[in-house]
Write a protein that binds this ligand. Structure first.
Ligand SMILES: [Fe+2]
Length: 161
């Protein structure tokens, strides 16, 4: 009879799990915050470019949610939990640039890009920090960065001369 192990894949190397949690938790929380505030922007955008930005922001939200899922599930796959309750996400993202009310599309793009740049900084820290611990976790961070920077371009292109 096969003795199937039911311990996490990296139980033999807790440093890998701890480093992954250390670097990917801020990424997951930041992306969850970006998803919430991206919807806020999606609903309250105003102005001539309304429909383009309204629809683009839904894509930004979907990509943020997918990235958060990847980051969180990598941590859990290595045997550690993640605290991504809404209160924890709020503590992580207290300085969102997205305002509360109706906002003109160009100002709102700048607000969302400001929020995205904060997440991108955490993603870059994860890429740098995970290099010596776990290339699989680092690869997830690299993929998230690629998507974030593409979405950033799609937003910024509306403002570029
Ligand atoms: Fe919608």
């Amino acid at each position: 009879m096969t003795d199937t192990k039911t311990v996490p894949a990296t139980a033999a190397n807790p440093d890998v799990a701890a480093a992954t949690a250390q670097f990917l938790t801020p990424v997951a929380l930041g992306l969850q915050g970006l998803a919430v505030n991206g919807k806020q922007a999606h609903w309250n955008v105003r102005g001539a470019n309304f429909i383009a930005i309204h629809e683009l922001l839904d894509s930004v939200v979907a990509n943020a949610q997918a990235g958060a899922d990847q980051a969180a599930e990598r941590i859990v796959a290595l045997g550690l939990p993640i605290d991504a309750r809404v209160t924890t996400v709020a503590e992580k993202t207290p300085a969102t640039a997205v305002p509360a009310g109706f906002t003109q599309w160009d100002a709102l793009i700048r607000n969302v890009i400001t929020d995205m740049d904060a997440v991108i900084a955490d993603v870059q820290a994860a890429i740098d920090g995970l290099d010596e611990f776990d290339l699989t976790s680092q690869d997830i961070a690299i993929g998230i960065k690629e998507t974030l920077e593409k979405d950033r371009w799609f937003l910024f292109a509306h403002l570029a001369e």
